[in-house]
Design a protein around this ligand. Structure first.
Ligand SMILES: Nc1ncnc2c1ncn2[C@@H]1O[C@H](COP(=O)(O)OP(=O)(O)OP(=O)(O)O)[C@@H](O)[C@H]1O
Ligand SMILES: [Mg+2]
Length: 381
């Protein structure tokens, strides 16, 4: 949980400092005022990179060379200071945790598990399988990180070596045989971690989806990246000629996917935009609930433009689930009133007005938390 946040030179946020609520934080303001940039800054604090671009140049304020995000993170034993800064001139990244330099971004990611829901997250259903693999691996990484990360590196190395031998036509070499063995070992172990995780996630997802939308015949199936009836070495042997021709490996965990269907059809072809958003939200929320259940910790949600595509009852249902999870949430919207009547009276909601890169705490947040219990009950009935 972020207790304090200071942002320097991230896009138009030259210097801002806030004390967020441990529960709900809403950032409202006109287009271009800097709302998404606040979420982007938190993402940089959490994993040292933006969710909007892989390049750092557009993220740093146009007149600056360095951007910094500082956060005080609440932990059971108190709080720890974390600072992340990126330098444009020498492209360096500096991560400081409790006064020490940290080398690895994966260590940083474990400190502040983040879930992002933004207009781009639609691509989780529409886009390439890589996005769905990243989704599965978020869960596996945060739940089984000691096992997963080394395995994933082993698998990547074996795959790279195998592909290189294929491209050089060395299909009968003993080297290929040894890399096949190494690849299969890592692949099976990754598959086991992923399938165990998905098995746990699916019932949680079904429950969350049930609270959000009436989509009974939506189903999720995990595809491991090769035929479920055959061992990987058999599949690799039978596909060797094709792999050699194209220069890459067609089967393995690098091809895993989640198949999301409505009845017999693909969910993306059938669902409306709002329904798609609800399904993506249900997937992300399910990960949050499962993380809480397995790790007894909370992840933090960054929700950009929550109201878009959703009608008022659906906004309320979504907000209700964030409150049920009791996680720290950072939400953006244009209109201050867009999420009025979404909060329970006991929820600590802080409203921040974002204007030309400045953030002010709204000390007259209006009726956002008034009479919430009754009206949520009414909506629910
Ligand atoms: N490198 C930069 N330096 C300075 N300003 C920038 C830089 N990159 C983007 N901006 C500006 O920062 C502002 C913040 O953009 P941001 O995407 O955070 O706005 P927003 O409040 O989320 O708007 P919307 O409601 O349209 O989504 C924009 O006005 C943008 O033009
Ligand atoms: Mg925005």
């Amino acid at each position: 949980m972020i207790q304090q946040l200071s942002i320097t030179d991230i896009r138009n946020l030259t210097s801002v400092s806030i004390k967020p609520s441990p529960s709900v934080n809403v950032f409202y303001g006109l287009n271009g005022s800097g709302k998404t940039s606040v979420l982007e800054a938190i993402h940089i604090l959490g994993i040292a990179r933006s969710f909007r671009t892989t390049r750092i140049k557009p993220v740093i304020h146009r007149d600056a060379e360095v951007c910094t995000v500082f956060g005080r993170l609440g932990v059971t034993s108190g709080s720890i200071p974390v600072g992340v800064s990126r330098n444009l001139r020498d492209e360096t990244l500096q991560i400081r945790v409790a006064g020490e330099n940290l080398k690895s971004t994966s260590e940083l990611a474990r400190l502040l598990p983040l879930q992002v829901i933004n207009p781009d997250t639609f691509r989780l259903l529409e886009g390439s399988p890589k996005l769905r693999r990243n989704f599965i691996d978020w869960g596996v990484f945060h739940v089984k990180h000691k096992d997963f990360f080394p395995l994933w590196k082993r698998m990547q190395k074996a795959l790279k070596q195998r592909n290189s031998l294929l491209r050089h036509g060395r299909i009968n070499s003993s080297e290929l045989t040894s890399w096949n063995i190494e690849f299969e070992k890592a692949a099976n172990a990754i598959d086991l971690l992923r399938s165990n995780y998905i098995q746990k996630l699916i019932p949680v997802f079904n429950q969350v989806l049930c609270e959000l939308a009436d989509l009974d015949n939506l189903s999720i199936q995990y595809y491991r990246g090769w035929d479920k009836e055959r061992a990987l070495h058999e599949v690799l042997n039978s596909g060797l000629a094709r792999d050699a021709q194209t220069g890459y490996t067609h089967a393995g965990p690098q091809r895993a996917d989640l198949r999301i269907r409505m009845g017999k059809g693909s969910a993306v072809d059938i669902l409306s935009r709002g329904q798609l958003k609800l399904v993506v939200c249900a997937l992300k929320l399910a990960q949050g609930f499962l993380y809480k259940e397995l790790q007894n910790k909370q992840c933090l949600f960054l929700v950009d433009d929550l109201p878009s595509e959703l009608d008022i009852p659906n906004r309320q249902k979504l907000c209700r689930l964030f409150q049920k999870m009791n996680c720290q949430t950072f939400i953006t919207c244009v209109e201050k009133e867009a999420l009025a009547n979404c909060w329970l009276p006991e929820t600590e909601v802080k409203m921040f007005h974002v204007k030309h890169g400045q953030i002010t705490l709204d000390d007259n947040p209006g009726q956002q938390s008034i009479r919430r219990a009754e009206s949520l009950e009414i909506e629910h009935e």
